[in-house]
Design a protein around this ligand. Structure first.
Ligand code: PGA
Length: 232
């Protein structure tokens, strides 16, 4: 099975630059007979194209209603969007989304049949307490999350590795991924400072089914180069 490559734009790119990005990325994937994912900001949501599934970085667990600043099911359906990112560390730690809110989102979008990219990962102070502490932390993030859901994709993203340029070591990734795989057999991505310089090493690790990439995905040529590098 080929690796899953997913680009998380975060608060980068506009509607027009996303259109350009999609065009380039889609023709790159077409040539290679591969598929990919992008998660643009909500303002740049657009229909998926032949080789790229477009997902949303966030959504409120409601069809519609009075939730100022949020988007719900009705808005996603207009774009045929059926993929959602839930539990990203920036939602958890910057926007202070609670475990309860995250569970509600998961339950709602699961009941609507969405493909869910569910992110887990520990902050530095937990990592420093050792592997058992990391797994306890992740177990709490998984509490009430149906890990048998057939449209679930899990992303292990240690918080201290996101946007810092400092990826987890091969040993860390290998160890934590093996442990998460014992909890769920769903596709498991690694995320956190994945870039062209380390993709080859990461792609070779057992139980890494793909990568969720932020910073190094924002330039389409760099992202394509990373995918080429992974396969080389
Ligand atoms: P990064 O972000 O690649 O910039 O570390 C990864 C992510 O947040 O998914």
């Amino acid at each position: 099975m080929s690796l899953i490559f997913a680009a998380n734009f975060k608060t980068n790119h506009t509607r027009s630059s996303t259109t350009e990005y999609l065009k380039k990325f889609d023709s790159f994937l077409e040539e290679r007979s591969e598929k990919g994912y992008i998660f643009p900001p909500a303002t740049a949501l657009t229909e998926s194209v032949s080789n790229i599934t477009v997902g949303t970085q966030n959504a409120y667990p409601a069809r519609n209603g009075s939730f100022t600043g949020e988007i719900g099911l009705e808005q996603l359906e207009e774009f045929g969007c059926k993929t959602v990112l839930i539990g990203h560390s920036e939602r958890r730690h910057v926007m202070e989304e609670s475990l309860k809110q995250i569970k509600e989102k998961y339950a709602f979008y699961k009941s609507e049949g969405y493909e869910i990219f569910f992110c887990v990962g520990e902050p530095l102070e937990v990592k420093e307490q050792g592997t058992q502490a990391v797994m306890d932390y992740i177990a709490e993030q998984f509490d009430d999350i149906d890990l048998t859901y057939d449209k679930l994709v899990i992303a292990y993203e240690p918080v201290w590795a996101i946007g810092t340029g400092k990826s987890a070591t091969t040993e860390d990734i290998s160890d934590i991924h093996a442990r998460i795989k014992k909890l769920s057999d769903k596709p498991l991505l690694y995320g956190g400072s994945v870039k062209t310089a380390n993709i080859k090493e990461i792609a070779k690790i057992d139980n890494v089914d793909g990568v969720l990439v932020g910073t190094a995905s924002w330039n389409v040529d760099d992202f394509c180069a990373m995918i080429e590098e992974a396969a080389s």
